[in-house]
Structures are given as structure tokens and as C-alpha cells.
Write a protein that binds this ligand. Structure first.
Ligand code: PDD
Length: 285
């Protein structure tokens, strides 16, 4: 790969972008990130991502060194510099380098970095056409999953366990209720056609795609319930769905080996995917 990346105001070939080994993002996982999808060389739902970025950094007390205008300009410039047609922009802000100390440094110099990754996600691929399978695992992440930190070891371990068991991903549960997937929001559709998703709390990330899907579904007259649902309810559902910035709306057709509905991507999943894509392709920035 020969990307141009952003590091603290500089544009650099990726091999030349260097961050200190004392960086608190590296030593403590003391960093916040965002992932924004890009298609047709434009940003998809950027306002949602930047708003969540501000919320996350506010929760952990990291101050962004650039203005919102500069951040948007950098998102646009990284797309241009890398001739990115479709893929994602990864943004990370760490508290920066400091001597190793659990206390935050008194005068932090945060590290702001961005890179792109090419990925196709608008056209239906095999995952969208056939659906994916998930296993369920206990949610052993920390108690502030609403903050988008780079502490992703448990989600990585859960994905590896899913892969070991021949599944695409894992849905996580706590006290018998589904929280979310390892890197996406989890939803079900009841046999009465109600889209059910867990309400926001410290237990889940406020998914930007989740928020958009809920409002687009409501606008389309699709019944929506924000409530907890159990692993058993998910297995008995008519449809199961995951949403995220780069998976958009993806059908889940098997949970712990049990087919969901008729074991094929369901009609509401397909409809929501189409509604989501149509809306956002008309609102790229
Ligand atoms: N993951 N829940 C978790 C735990 C996530 O990591 C993500 C996103 C989501 C969906 O959020 P959004 O709709 O805003 O992408 C839900 C990103 C894409 C990632 O880590 O790569």
C-alpha cells in the first residue's frame, strides 16, 4: 500500500508517518476513533460521525487540536490525495505521548491521525445476497461501550472465536439480552414486522447507521421498538440485521447454527438497505 496519511497536520506517505512509543493510545488504549464511509469519492453521514467523535472525546476529556472546518477539510483532502472512490476514513485522536503514568498528563499534546482503506460496500456482495451467520458470546467489554475507544481487544477475540467456529461474526449478550455485534449494531424483526433494537445506554455504541435506520424506518411507516431483546427472542425472530458504517444494512440468517426465519435475507432487511442507500446516496457531502 502506498497511501498518503494524515498525522498532526502533515500529509505523509504511510511509511513515513511515525508515532511515539510513549503515545497513550499505544500504551493505555487512551484514544478515540471514528470510521466514516466514502462512496463516489464523498462522505456518507459525516455529520453523525463527527458529532459522535465530539461526544466520545468529551467523555474522556481529550481536546481536538483542529476545528470542525479543518476536520471536514482533512476528510475531503484525504479522499482526494488517495483517489478514494469507495472505502472508509479512519480517524483517531489519542491523548498523545507522555511518560507512562496512569494519571493523565497535565499538558497533553494529542495525536490526530487519519488513513483511508479501500472497500466496496454499496453493491450487494455475497454477504448481502446470502446473509451471514453469527455465534453468541458473553459481552466481556468494559462498561462504557458508548464511547468509541480504540480498546478493541475483546471484540477482536470474539471475531476470532466466531471465525474458529465457521461464523462471520459474534453477537454479544449480557444478562441474557443482546447488546450488539463485535463491530456493528444488532437488530431483529419480529414475526409481526416490528424492527426491534436495544435502546441507547452505556452498554452499546450509539451506532450512526443505527440512528439513521431508525429514523428512516419511522419515516417509511415501519414500526420500530427500542427495547432489549434476549438471545432466545433473536433466534425466534423473523429477521436479524446488523448495521454499521461500512456494512450498511446486512442480513444475519443464522444465530448459533439456528436459521432465522426461512434462513434467507428477509424482506424488511432488503427494504431497509435500499431505503438507507437511496437516502444517503442523495445526501453525500
Ligand atoms: N464499528 N457497535 C460497535 C461496537 C461498533 O464498533 C460499530 C462500528 C457499530 C456501528 O456504528 P456505526 O453505524 O456508527 O458504524 C456498533 C466500526 C465500523 C469499526 O470499528 O470499524
Amino acid at each position: 500500500m502506498n497511501r498518503i496519511v494524515y498525522l498532526n497536520g502533515q500529509w505523509l506517505p504511510e511509511a513515513e508517518a511515525k508515532v511515539s512509543i510513549f503515545d497513550r493510545g499505544y500504551v493505555f488504549g487512551d484514544a478515540i476513533y471514528e470510521v466514516t464511509a466514502v462512496t463516489q469519492g464523498k462522505l456518507l453521514d459525516y455529520p453523525g460521525h463527527v458529532a459522535r467523535f465530539h461526544r466520545s472525546i468529551g467523555e474522556v476529556g481529550i481536546v481536538c487540536p483542529v476545528s470542525d472546518e479543518e476536520l471536514l477539510a482533512a476528510h475531503r483532502e484525504i479522499v482526494t490525495r488517495n483517489s478514494l472512490d469507495e472505502g472508509l476514513i479512519y480517524l483517531q485522536l489519542s491523548r498523545g505521548p507522555a511518560d507512562r503514568d496512569f494519571h493523565f498528563p497535565k499538558a497533553p499534546v494529542p495525536t490526530l491521525s487519519m488513513f483511508t482503506q479501500a472497500k466496496k460496500f454499496i453493491d450487494d456482495d455475497a454477504h448481502v445476497r446470502d446473509g451471514v451467520s453469527v455465534i453468541t458470546l458473553p459481552d466481556l467489554r468494559w462498561g462504557r461501550r458508548d464511547i468509541k475507544t480504540v480498546q478493541l481487544l475483546y471484540p477482536s477475540m470474539a471475531k476470532m472465536e466466531a471465525e474458529k467456529q465457521g461464523a462471520y461474526d459474534a453477537w454479544l449478550y449480557q444478562d441474557g439480552y443482546i447488546t450488539e455485534a463485535t463491530s456493528s449494531s444488532a437488530h431483529i424483526v419480529t414475526r409481526d414486522g416490528v424492527l426491534v433494537t436495544r435502546p441507547l445506554s452505556h452498554a452499546i455504541l450509539p451506532g450512526i447507521t443505527r440512528g439513521s435506520i431508525l429514523s428512516l424506518a419511522r419515516e417509511a411507516g415501519i414500526p420500530v421498538e427500542e427495547r432489549m431483546f434476549t438471545v432466545d427472542e433473536a433466534k425466534a425472530a423473523a429477521e436479524a440485521i446488523v448495521t454499521s458504517a461500512t456494512q450498511l444494512v446486512q442480513p444475519v440468517v443464522k444465530i448459533d447454527g439456528q436459521p432465522i426465519g426461512d434462513g434467507k435475507p428477509g424482506p424488511l432487511t432488503k427494504r431497509l438497505r435500499k431505503i438507507y442507500i437511496d437516502y444517503h446516496l442523495a445526501h453525500l457531502i
